[in-house]
Design a protein around this ligand. Structure first.
Ligand SMILES: [Zn+2]
Length: 123
């Protein structure tokens, strides 16, 4: 795995099971676990997902206004995709190549947006 040293930004290669790294360049020690725990991208993505599927909980109130929920869904889709891209970028920076969950959620919301848009073109 690869990570940037927070002290001098030199790229360091380290074993998979390491949890504390000492930078050979500047001697800075830092925790890999701390670097991995950066959920801001996922927080944005989950908020976007909530918006995307907003009609599951707003349906009883705005069922008459289909444009409103189509609009919210499309806004939610772009927020979700933006958050997922941020999460992938953060993971790439700490050398974590596991993007399966991000890819899965991106497929779900993109497929959903496609259904919503084709519904809109029918009516
Ligand atoms: Zn360093």
């Amino acid at each position: 795995m690869l990570s940037d040293c927070p002290g001098c930004n030199v790229q360091i290669r380290f074993p998979h099971d390491a949890s504390i790294i000492r930078c050979p360049e500047c001697g800075e020690t830092f925790s890999i676990k701390g670097l991995h725990a950066n959920p801001r991208g996922w927080r944005i993505a989950l908020f976007g997902t909530l918006l995307t599927f907003n009609y599951y909980f707003t349906f009883p109130f705005i069922y008459s206004d289909i444009l409103a929920f189509v609009f919210l869904s499309l806004v939610g889709t772009s927020v979700t995709l933006g958050g997922l891209m941020m999460s992938v970028n953060d993971k790439r920076r700490v050398g974590n190549g596991f993007y399966l969950l991000e890819a899965a959620l991106a497929v779900v919301v993109a497929g959903h947006a496609y259904v919503i848009m084709s519904m809109g073109s029918i009516s």
